[in-house]
Structure formats: structure tokens, C-alpha cells
Design a protein around this ligand. Structure first.
Ligand code: SF4
Length: 395
């Protein structure tokens, strides 16, 4: 199976796309995690994986979206992005998750990628603005992988994303990526209305569409329209975990996850400190759905600001002490307590994040003690054991 997968990637991707993936993401990615481990030993905290929301606007209106997509569009300016990226690269970082809103609405997005040929960017996008021209430029740059979100079939996609003909518009963007030999991923925020996508049939369809990797997020009940009826049950999350483990051994497509280690033990990327988030307004947040901050990118060198942040430190520790899962889902009371204790700002334009937080009911997340499902595929086991685990957060 691994040979088939490698063959798909090698024949499906432009040589420059492939070499940037192997070097900037693979080799330098591993180095950035090793440097993170060394920092931890020195008592320093700066995540190897930064997620940056470059713009707040979007052309879609998804259920459960926590971004101010219906407010005036705000973006991180080109010079500020360069400073963020350079500060992080000085600490060995090479991978950057680019979020929005819809990142391709940022008028200088491709210029940002071009300005950092030594970095690797994974763009979380709905794919609808990826034309052949855009995809051709991404091919020329080589250091970008579009992770395209698909939330269901034609009917479900329109319902989940609040627009018409969403599925076909997104597929057109995906097709442009395939024609231009990019490394393509498809992400789904799995919920009650699209659970059928957790299937071998869907993965085989993605393979036919030229997709190289998949990512099954679990729906987060947050934001101005949280739609709690879409939330998954613990049994469904367990099913997703089991499915991912089995398909990694069966199909020539990679499957990413950020919620389990090699033993199948749950983890939270924020609590382990491997990632934190920068909002479209430059706020430094624990993670994308915790929209409260004490610091911003304008407070100085990014490493210095994040390393000395007692707010981020206490968020990691409180979350790790309370659960191996998602503190925002399981213990919104603890999130509220930290926000109040530190006097953290509501970072949203709508200024309703605290009202939304107060309305949240505790619910289950990826933490399912006693039902851990370990990795079966040796490559995932090897990689997670060394570069994606608790990093000492869970004692
Ligand atoms: S707090 Fe929840 S949403 Fe945020 S990184 Fe942790 S698990 Fe993910």
C-alpha cells in the first residue's frame, strides 16, 4: 500500500512541489519539532506549528463557523506576515497552517508564499477561489499544499456552507489543483449530517479525484451559531478513530489527525504547546476556537512574546491537567475562569465570544479513556512516537 501511495504522490505532483514537501515540510519539519523539544528542556515555550488566520472574510457561511465572516474584512498585512514568519523561522519553524475566513481572499497571499521559499504552507481553504492561474502559480512556488474542505455531497454541502452549488464550485478548485500537479488534501469537519463521509467509498472517491491526503476533523460546537445538534457522540468519534487507523493500512492515501498519539491516547495541540493561533487581527490566541487573547503580534518578537506569556502557559497547563481532550468542549468553565483571571480580551469583531462561551454546555471530545485505539501502521507509529505526542504535558 505504501508503494502505491508513494507512486501516486511522485507521479501526481510536480517535482518542485515534491522537493519542497520533502525538504521544507519533512526534513525541516522534523528539525523544528526537535528544536521545540530542546526549548522545552530549557523551559522555553514557542510552538513548532503556528496557525495564522490571514483574513476574516469568506465567501461562504458555514454552520459552526467562529470567524467574523459577516463583519468588515480584516487581514494581516504583508509586512506583519513577513515579520511573524521570520520571527518563527529564526526559531527553526518551517511549517505554517494558513487559515481564514477564506485565505485566498487575501490579495497578497501568493506574494507571502513567494517571499518565504524556505517555509511550507498548508492552506485551509474551501477551494472556490483556486483558478488554473492561481494553481499554476502555486505549482511554480512549490511550497504550498491546499487542504480543501468538503463537508458532504451537493445537498449537504449547500446546507452546511450556507451557499448554493458549493460542492461543484469546490470540486472545480480541486480539479485546478490536480491539473497543476499540486499536493492536495481534503478536510471534513465530521458531524451528524455528513457522517457517511467516514467511509472507504469516500476515500476511494478522493483517490480518484487525485487527492493525496485526508483530514477528518470532529465538529466543534462553538461560535455565534454553534448548532449543537450536529455534535458527534463518543461512539461516533471512536468509530472515526478506528476507521482512520484501519484505512492507513489499507488505502494509498495519507490520513492526517491532530488528536491522538501513537498509542491512541488523546491529546490537544494547544495543551501540548505544539501549536497556537494568530487571529486575522494579530491577536495571539491559545487556539482558533478560543477567541480570547492577552498579547498581539505587535507586542514585539513573536518568540519573546509567546515565551513569556503567563496566559498561554496557564492555558496549556490548566487544559492538560483537566483533560487530554478539548478543554473548550469538555470544560468551558475552566476557559471562562482563565479568561477572567487574566483579563483576556474578546478578540472578535462581534464582541460576543464571552456570551457564546457562557452558553456552552460541557460535552465530550476526542478524550475517551479506556477506549484507546493504537496506531497499526508502523510509519504513523514511528512518526507520532517521535514528533507528535504529549511532549510531557500530560503527567
Ligand atoms: S482546545 Fe480543543 S479545538 Fe483547541 S486545540 Fe485543543 S482540542 Fe483543538
Amino acid at each position: 500500500m505504501m508503494y502505491q501511495f508513494a507512486k501516486r504522490v511522485v507521479t501526481g505532483c510536480d517535482p518542485k512541489v515534491l522537493s519542497k514537501f520533502v525538504w521544507n515540510f519533512g526534513v525541516k519539519g522534523v528539525r523544528s519539532v526537535e528544536m521545540y523539544k530542546s526549548r522545552l528542556k530549557r523551559g522555553e515555550h514557542f510552538p513548532p506549528f503556528l496557525f495564522v488566520s490571514v483574513i476574516s472574510s469568506c465567501n461562504l457561511r458555514c454552520q459552526g463557523c467562529w470567524v467574523d465572516v459577516d463583519k468588515p474584512s480584516k487581514k494581516i498585512e504583508f509586512d506583519d506576515m513577513n515579520r511573524i514568519l521570520n520571527d518563527a523561522k529564526r526559531r527553526g519553524n518551517s511549517y505554517f497552517g494558513i487559515l481564514g475566513g477564506e485565505p485566498f481572499q487575501h490579495p497578497q497571499l501568493l506574494d507571502i508564499f513567494e517571499a518565504h521559499p524556505d517555509a511550507y504552507f498548508q492552506v485551509f481553504t474551501n477551494g472556490q477561489m483556486i483558478t488554473d492561474e492561481v494553481a499554476a502559480r502555486l505549482r511554480k512556488l512549490g511550497n504550498v499544499s491546499p487542504l480543501i474542505s468538503i463537508e458532504g455531497n451537493e445537498v449537504i454541502s449547500d446546507e452546511r456552507r450556507g451557499r448554493l452549488n458549493v460542492f461543484n464550485h469546490t470540486l472545480a478548485g480541486l480539479e485546478a489543483c490536480r491539473r497543476n500537479k499540486l499536493l492536495i488534501g481534503v478536510a471534513t469537519s465530521v458531524c451528524q449530517t455528513n457522517f457517511e463521509l467516514v467511509s472507504e467509498t469516500w476515500l476511494r472517491r478522493l483517490i480518484d479525484l487525485g487527492v493525496h491526503y485526508a483530514w477528518f476533523h470532529t465538529y466543534r460546537v462553538v461560535g455565534p451559531k454553534p448548532n449543537p445538534q450536529l455534535a458527534l457522540t463518543p461512539e461516533q468519534v471512536r468509530h472515526i478513530r478506528r476507521f482512520i487507523v484501519q484505512m492507513r493500512n489499507k488505502l494509498p492515501i495519507a490520513i492526517v489527525d491532530a488528536y491522538w498519539d501513537d498509542k491512541g491516547e488523546a491529546l490537544c495541540p494547544m495543551a501540548t504547546g505544539v501549536s497556537h493561533h494568530i487571529s486575522p487581527y494579530g491577536d495571539i490566541e491559545p487556539c482558533p476556537i478560543i477567541q480570547f487573547a492577552k498579547e498581539t503580534i505587535h507586542d514585539g518578537d513573536l518568540f519573546e512574546v509567546m515565551n513569556r506569556s503567563t496566559y498561554l502557559k496557564e492555558f496549556r497547563q490548566t487544559s492538560a491537567n483537566a483533560t487530554r481532550g478539548c478543554v473548550m468542549l469538555e470544560r468551558p468553565d475552566l476557559v471562562r475562569g482563565l479568561v477572567e483571571k487574566h483579563g483576556a480580551r474578546d478578540t472578535t469583531q462581534r464582541q460576543e465570544a464571552l456570551v457564546e462561551l457562557n452558553a456552552l454546555q460541557p460535552r465530550s471530545s476526542q478524550y475517551d479513556p479506556g477506549n484507546e485505539i493504537p496506531e497499526e501502521n508502523w510509519m504513523y507509529r514511528f512518526a507520532k512516537k517521535r514528533w507528535f505526542f504529549g511532549f510531557g504535558a500530560y503527567t
